[in-house]
Ligand binder design. Structure first.
Ligand code: ACO
Length: 273
């Protein structure tokens, strides 16, 4: 059966959470050029919607994503020569990058298989929660390539060198609990609790100042490669930019509700938006 181009990604917005799914379960959600193009369109549609405060990326069926589609992403684009290869690379790296710097906070909800190229969107999401039953692997070595498309950079950024090297050279699988212990994800819960737990984390984020969230998430990624002095300067400038963008003057309101109104304690929770 021919795949409908729009159906390779599913989207459902509810209570300010955009639930976005890889939706090629019969192909274990492998990322084809069609899926990559559709995902970029979906991110475009969702990014500045007022009724979306958090994006959750998950997968339909038994996979989160089985990585790049070996037939459609590699073999078929290679048949089109360098022009085809570069185009499909731009399309996949393009939406990974877009997701890394997405306006709203993002959560990877890893429900099952996560292989190779899947580590790109996994890293692009700000937080990651997985099922104990999920399985992660850098299978590239098993079919004779290195983890490219940024994947080696992802594991070196996220993991200690020994773990990064082990996964890279052996292609061994790790389950959700192991991925959590390794800090590849924030936490792992039984599959039947995955959605509830993810919703609870999303709700926590929805209660925060959205401008502060965007500047804070970008800061965490940006300062990583800066010297201390550069980071200090960058963070001062970014807070000043955030003050400009936050038309609610949330920072002053947060202080007012604590100091004058005594309606909350910042150490224990958020001010009332
Ligand atoms: N690319 C293309 N097709 C895929 C991929 C993929 N990455 N993963 C699964 N499929 C297809 C299979 O070819 C099969 O298609 P068919 O029904 O037309 O024969 C279908 O999805 C189902 O796959 P099965 O292997 O039958 O599913 P199973 O549940 O037994 O196994 C598993 C799942 C372990 C994910 C297996 O499909 C697999 O090993 N996939 C490849 C994983 C991988 O190495 N990905 C590439 C990483 S490297 C990179 O991304 C650069």
């Amino acid at each position: 059966m021919m795949e409908n181009e729009k159906d390779v990604v599913s989207v459902h917005v509810e209570d300010r959470i955009a639930w976005v799914n890889f939706a090629r379960p019969a192909k274990r959600n492998a990322m084809s050029p069609t899926l990559n193009r559709r995902m970029m369109e979906v991110l475009d549609e969702l990014e500045f919607r007022d009724d979306v405060g958090v994006l959750v990326l998950s997968g339909e069926g038994t996979a989160w994503s089985a990585g790049m589609d070996l037939k459609e992403y590699f073999r078929e684009t290679e048949a089109d020569g360098l022009r085809g290869v570069r185009k499909s690379q731009r399309e996949s790296y393009g939406w990974f990058r877009r997701l890394r710097w997405f306006q709203k906070p993002t959560i990877a909800m890893v429900n099952g298989w996560c292989f190779g190229g899947g580590f790109g969107p996994l890293f692009a999401c700000d937080l990651a929660i997985c099922a104990d039953e999920a399985q992660f692997g850098l299978s590239e070595i098993n079919w004779g390539i290195l983890p490219g498309g940024g994947v080696t950079k992802v594991v070196v950024d996220l993991l200690p060198m020994r773990d990064a090297m082990w996964l890279t050279l052996t292609g061994d699988l790790i389950d959700g609990q192991q991925a959590s212990a390794m800090r590849l994800v924030n936490e792992s819960v039984p599959l039947d609790q995955l959605k509830d737990r993810t919703r609870a984390v999303a709700d926590k984020l929805l209660a925060k100042n959205p401008v502060a969230l965007k500047f804070a998430k970008d800061a965490v990624r940006r300062v990583n490669t800066m010297t201390y002095d550069e980071a200090e300067d960058y963070l001062v400038r970014m807070q000043e930019a955030a003050n400009f963008h936050d038309k609610t003057e949330g920072r002053k309101e947060g202080i007012r509700q604590f100091i004058d109104e005594k309606s909350y304690k910042p150490g224990l929770g958020s001010y009332d938006l």
